[in-house]
Design a protein around this ligand. Structure first.
Ligand code: 5IU
Length: 258
């Protein structure tokens, strides 16, 4: 099957937030999502201001932010409009449906109220996504399922577990619009693949993370490259983000030309 453009794929996506992601990627010509894994409000906002213009998405872990407050959310939302990116809280919900639903809507972070996209493990069975959807759909939110992980020894490694994630996604296309995975795992062009574990050189960290290059993950079918420390620890973050954006967008356009 020929590769479709992000514009064309937006039309095949049944989830409001998912369409917004595809459309943002096409409009901005960016396959880059940046995660500012830093622990203060000031650092998050500073790094997002530095690189947000290069990104289709900003992925957060609000549970590591020591001084999280509603103003951080308000400022991030403002930047999302000004710099045109989608907000993705990487919460990886994994509990039984009722608990996941409470975690999504309530608590200190009230994730559903501000995050366009979140994600979930499938380990607890279909109940997790079914419950998250009850909260997310009325707010036009979307969800990615963790189908494969980038870390050494992961149990989400492309076998029956990954297949089960695809089945759950098909059952909830109005809410689930794709996967966090190391490669494309379905032919359905309305589903998006986001791949973490990306740096400019292949390698890893001391805690099991494994890195591949933008070109190699895009060749395996990634649509969005998820980059954290490759940008965060660079001497010039903006220049690094530009480089990741360039390499991944070129790989995408090459794929379209195949
Ligand atoms: N992340 C992974 N691997 C995964 C999943 C999520 O690294 O399989 I699912 C997250 C963790 C971190 C980011 O927030 O993606 C990668 O950051 P670094 O580029 O700094 O390793």
């Amino acid at each position: 099957m020929p590769e479709l453009s992000f514009q064309e794929r937006a039309k095949l996506c049944a989830c409001d937030a998912g369409r917004r992601v595809f459309e943002t990627m096409a409009r901005k010509q960016s396959c880059l999502s940046f995660n500012p894994d830093v622990t203060t409000k000031a650092e998050i906002l500073e790094t997002v201001r530095q690189v947000g213009a290069e990104c289709c998405m900003i992925k957060t872990h609000m549970d590591v932010v020591s001084d999280f407050d509603d103003d951080l959310v308000a400022q991030l939302q403002k930047l999302s409009e000004e710099l045109d990116f989608v907000i993705f809280e990487d919460r990886k919900f994994a509990d039984i449906g009722n608990t996941a639903m409470l975690q999504y809507e309530h608590g200190h972070h009230r994730i559903a109220s501000w995050s366009h996209v979140t994600n979930a493990h499938i380990v607890a069975g279909p109940g997790t996504v079914e419950a998250l959807k009850k909260v997310g759909i009325p707010l036009k939110r979307g969800c990615l399922l963790v189908a494969e992980m980038s870390s050494k020894g992961t149990l989400a490694d492309g076998g029956p577990y990954t297949k089960a994630a695809v089945e759950q996604a098909y059952a909830h296309e109005d809410f689930v619009f794709g996967f966090v995975a190391q490669r494309r795992i379905t032919d359905h062009a309305g589903f998006l693949t986001l791949t973490p574990g990306v740096q400019l050189q292949k390698g890893g960290d001391a805690m099991g993370q494994q890195y591949n290059t933008p070109a190699s993950v895009m060749a395996k079918g990634a649509d969005i490259i998820q980059v954290g420390r490759g940008i965060l620890n660079a001497p010039d973050r903006s220049a690094a983000a530009k480089e990741f954006r360039k390499q991944s967008w070129e790989a995408y356009t090459a794929r379209l030309a195949e």
